[in-house]
Structures are given as structure tokens and as C-alpha cells.
Design a protein around this ligand. Structure first.
Ligand SMILES: *[C@@H]1O[C@H](CO)[C@@H](O)[C@H](O)[C@H]1NC(C)=O
Ligand SMILES: *[C@@H]1O[C@H](CO)[C@@H](O)[C@H](O)[C@H]1NC(C)=O
Length: 389
């Protein structure tokens, strides 16, 4: 067990969706619709419900960065690039900012990769600040609300905190200039300084061709009881495992690495979603599009302190409960909502982001500032962030 395991107050840490291979009926291919407001909203068509103005920025904020490193198109944070492309061609885009409901600033802030492909967020704050400076001086829209009708795609580890180590991310907090904006991010931990109320959580990007390539036949017996994707230890920054994912990942590894029920692998397969349909074991991330997908009905949440009992907890779930969860997860609209296909398709993750933005409309009158009123502090935050980009 890691020695530095920290105490955290929130209620759950894991969603574990576990399937015992002995359950015969699990091969049943039928699916179940999540009825009522929750599941059905995945099929909403956002067209006609919102208009988005895409700021035209110099290419040094986006295209030039991508030209330098095309690997950015396939890493798990690539949604920032694909969302830009999607919006440029989307019918919700308006070329008239006066009629826009939302403003979008296309910066590829995660596209700075190490030789091994890990994104470095150190320049991101300066880049985003620079972009906001530019839009706020060249157009009148930012100053009207100081960003409250603007959205940003920030898919880093800790989203708008722009650091991959949690301690540092917490210390930094959300970039001050983005405090009023709507943040579209993969990071979603409740009660965390890096998640603002009203943010939209999205799935990580996975290359669609790889996701489509492998289709597991429905009658294949399930052999995976628990599936884990990710790292157990952050060997570079935290070899003891006390901080990374708050020690919980390390705890799972230590408790279950030799347990035959568990097939724990740290490899990064390309069949993320399909594997997930068989058995999901994910960490404390608040799951994507949580206002549209009732994840509590689909997953099993396990408290951090109960991690050592995970095997007992998962094997004692009644089969009919597991089957229902499987049927809900097997609904095609669920799968579609997790994907960023090229070209985009109705109901995909791009459309879910737009649906999320549309559900926030109309904006409250109170977001518009009085003449001369200022709320954001442009000089707050680490001094290093204030340097020009
Ligand atoms: C918006 O406010 C900033 C800071 O107060 C100012 O420098 C800028 O000129 C304003 N932008 C416009 C378009 O008036
Ligand atoms: C803005 O933040 C800086 C740095 O934290 C602080 O020194 C300054 O007093 C703040 N300004 C306002 C108006 O709150």
C-alpha cells in the first residue's frame, strides 16, 4: 500500500462495471433505452438551438502548431483540434458575431508534445491569455461579459489548471482569465478546483478508425472481469503512488495484481469503448456528458475506502442488475456520444458538446457587465503566466 495515501472527502472514487463470465444471459444482444429526459437527450439535434461564432485567430494559435507536430491529431486530447474543424463546417456556425449565442476561441493549447508524446502544458496559460488578449482588443464581445458567453476546449489532464500533476494543478487553479468562460474538458472531478460548475465534461479522443476496426462478436464469452485503462503509478513524478489519482490506482494494483478475477493491464488498447462495454473500470473521473447520461444507472460506484473489497462488491451484484446496466451501456446512442468521428455524425461527441451549450441558453442577463465594470483580474495567477507568448 502506498504510504502517502491521502484522505479525500468526496464520496466515491471508482466506477466499476464488472461482469462475471459465468453469467449466461450476458450474451443477450438486446439493448435498453434510457427513457425520460436523460437518455433521450443524446438524440437531440443542436441545429437551430444555438449559433456559434468562431474567432479567426492567426494560425500560430492553431494550424501552425499542428503543422509542427501532426501527432497532436491522434493523442487523447485531440478533441481541441477536431472541435475546431467541426465548428468551421457546422450549420450552427454563424459568420455574424452579433447573432451568436456562443463565442469560440480556437487555440491548440495541448499540442506541445515531448518526444514520447506526452503533452506539456507549460506554455498553455500564456498562449490562452494571449489569445484572449487578442479577441478582447479586436472584438467587443469578450468585454461585454468577460467571457461568460465564450467557451474553450481544454482537454488537458487537469483541464483549465494547465498542469499534469494534481498538486501543482490545484495550486495553480483555473486560469484566472477563464474563470467566467464555459470550459469543455475531459477532467471532471466533483468539488475540485479544476472543475467549474457548469463545465462540460467530454470523453477523451480516440482515433475513430481504430475504434471501428475491431468489432467483438456479441456471443464472445467475456473473459475480462475488471478492465483498467491508464497508469497505476506515475513513475516519473510519483513512484510511490501516493499522489497520482490520489493513491487509489496504486491501491487497486497492490490489492488485486495477483487476483485471478482481475485482468489488470496498463497497456493502452485502441478498443477503449468496446472494452468498456464488456467491463468498465475507470477512476474517479466524472463521466462524460453527465447531464445527459445517467452514469449511476450504468456503473457501480465504489468508495475509496472500499477498494480492498472490490472483488466482493463486484461479485455480489445481482445478475439482473448487471444485465440491465449492460443493456443500457449497449445502447448505440451511448457509443455514438463517446466518439469524435470524421466526418461528424448525428449524436456524436461533437453534437453532445453543442447540446450541452444549447441547454445553457438563454444566457442570464446578469452575465452582461455594466459599462466600465470589470470582474476578472488580468494580473492574478503565477507571474510566469503573465509573460507574453
Ligand atoms: C476591452 O477591455 C480591455 C481592458 O479593459 C481594453 O484594453 C480593450 O481595449 C477593450 N476592448 C475593446 C474592443 O474595447
Ligand atoms: C489582481 O491580482 C494581483 C495578483 O494576485 C493582486 O496583486 C491584485 O491586487 C489583484 N487586483 C485586484 C483589483 O484585485
Amino acid at each position: 500500500m502506498p504510504t502517502k495515501m491521502r484522505e479525500w472527502s468526496w464520496g466515491f472514487l471508482f466506477i466499476a462495471y464488472a461482469i462475471a463470465s459465468s453469467i449466461a444471459a450476458e450474451r443477450n444482444p438486446w439493448t435498453e433505452r434510457i427513457s425520460g429526459s436523460a437518455g433521450d437527450v443524446l438524440e437531440d439535434d443542436p441545429v437551430g438551438k444555438l449559433k456559434v461564432y468562431v474567432y479567426e485567430l492567426p494560425s500560430k494559435y492553431n494550424k501552425k502548431i499542428l503543422q509542427k507536430d501532426p501527432r497532436c491529431l491522434s493523442h487523447m486530447f485531440a478533441a481541441e483540434i477536431y472541435m475546431h474543424r467541426f465548428l468551421l463546417a457546422s450549420p450552427v456556425r454563424t459568420l455574424n458575431p452579433e447573432e451568436a449565442d456562443w463565442f469560440y476561441t480556437p487555440t491548440y493549447a495541448t499540442c506541445d508534445l515531448t518526444p514520447t508524446g506526452l503533452p506539456l502544458p507549460f506554455k498553455s496559460p500564456r498562449m490562452v491569455r494571449s489569445a484572449v488578449q487578442l479577441i478582447s482588443s479586436s472584438w467587443p464581445y469578450w468585454n461585454r461579459t468577460e467571457g461568460a458567453d465564450h467557451f474553450f476546449v481544454v482537454p488537458h489532464d487537469f483541464g483549465p489548471c494547465f498542469h499534469y500533476q494534481e498538486e501543482k494543478a490545484i495550486e495553480r487553479g483555473i486560469l484566472p482569465i477563464l474563470q467566467r468562460a464555459t470550459l469543455v474538458q475531459t477532467f471532471g472531478q466533483r468539488n475540485h478546483v479544476c472543475l467549474n460548475e457548469g463545465s462540460i465534461t467530454i470523453p477523451p479522443y480516440a482515433p475513430p478508425q481504430k475504434m471501428q476496426a475491431r468489432k467483438i462478436p456479441l456471443d464472445t464469452p467475456r473473459s475480462i472481469f475488471v478492465y483498467f485503462r491508464g497508469l497505476f503509478y506515475d513513475v516519473n513524478n510519483d513512484p510511490e503512488g501516493g499522489y497520482y489519482a490520489r493513491g487509489a490506482r496504486a491501491a487497486v494494483w497492490e490489492n488485486f495484481k495477483n487476483n485471478p478475477l482481475f485482468d489488470i493491464s496498463t497497456e493502452h488498447p485502441t478498443t477503449y469503448y468496446e472494452d468498456m462495454q464488456r467491463a468498465v473500470f475507470s477512476d474517479d473521473i466524472v463521466l462524460p456528458f453527465a447531464d445527459a447520461i445517467p452514469w449511476e444507472e450504468i456503473g457501480v460506484f465504489v468508495a475509496e475506502e472500499d477498494v480492498p473489497k472490490l472483488d466482493t462488491i463486484l461479485t455480489s451484484i445481482p445478475p439482473e442488475v448487471i444485465l440491465r446496466k449492460q443493456r443500457l451501456l449497449a445502447n448505440p446512442s451511448m457509443k455514438r456520444a463517446m466518439l469524435f468521428p470524421q466526418p461528424a455524425l448525428p449524436g456524436d461527441a461533437f453534437h453532445q458538446i453543442l447540446n450541452g451549450l444549447a441547454r445553457k441558453l438563454p444566457h442570464q442577463k446578469s452575465i452582461y457587465l455594466k459599462p466600465g465594470e470589470k470582474i476578472l483580474n488580468w494580473t492574478a495567477g503565477p507571474v510566469g503566466d503573465l509573460k507574453p507568448w
